[in-house]
Design a protein. Structure first.
Ligand SMILES: CC(C)(COP(=O)(O)OP(=O)(O)OC[C@H]1O[C@@H](n2cnc3c(N)ncnc32)[C@H](O)[C@@H]1OP(=O)(O)O)[C@@H](O)C(=O)NCCC(=O)NCCS
Length: 170
């Protein structure tokens, strides 16, 4: 079976925080950061599978620190675990105060991508191999997260059966 090292999937992105990126409290708009997270995570997943990779789910985005226009925002992503066709990607968001250089973890997120073949069917991905301590910790704890996701997905499917698709005025 083909394997790849986590380092082969690593991506980095650094951005300024411009006026259109902030909310009315002058901190970075969560939706903007979520878009950055999905964007960079999809590149990590694609570097692993070298095929179409679609976002299947986002576990959560934990906004730990406000990001201000005086900061720059750095994102780092890498594949932490692989199933048959699915890939778990971790994204770490660091804010850096541009005046002092102080760096803090501002947000973290786990996303799952699925590799698709030319017929849009899930297709096997190379298995990921961790090397560093951080990569190994994330790899070892991934199976438990994958099982939680599986249970949540079943619940979401059952829940969807109760939801209406009619217009509100119908
Ligand atoms: C994700 C998707 C491809 C799964 O297709 P499917 O036919 O239901 O696939 P399967 O049930 O065979 O599952 C395939 C893999 O995806 C995983 N998976 C499917 N849904 C998942 C979810 N919500 N969260 C995590 N993993 C998921 C399965 O565990 C399985 O993993 P494995 O191959 O490693 O064992 C399909 O639901 C889809 O196309 N969703 C829309 C994706 C999209 O448009 N994303 C953009 C967001 S706007």
């Amino acid at each position: 079976m083909e394997t790849k090292f986590v380092k082969e999937t690593r991506c980095f992105k650094v951005s300024r925080v411009f006026p259109p990126d902030v909310n009315s409290y002058n901190t970075m708009f969560g939706g903007k950061l979520m878009s950055y997270i999905d964007d960079i995570a999809s590149i990590s997943a694609t570097k692993l599978c070298r095929a179409t990779a679609v976002t299947a789910s986002t576990d959560s985005v934990d906004f730990l620190q406000p990001i201000r226009p005086t900061d720059c925002v750095s994102l780092e992503s890498f594949v932490t675990w692989t199933g048959r066709s699915s890939m778990e990607v971790f994204v770490k968001v660091i804010k850096e105060d541009l005046a002092s250089g102080e760096r803090k973890i501002a947000a973290t997120s786990f996303l799952t991508f699925v590799a698709l073949d030319e017929h849009n069917n899930p297709t096997p991905v190379p298995q990921i191999v961790p090397e560093t301590e951080e990569e190994s910790k994330l790899f070892e704890t991934a199976q438990r997260r994958a099982e939680m996701r599986k249970r949540r997905r079943e619940e979401s499917k059952q829940f969807a059966d109760y939801l209406l698709t009619k217009y509100p005025w119908e």
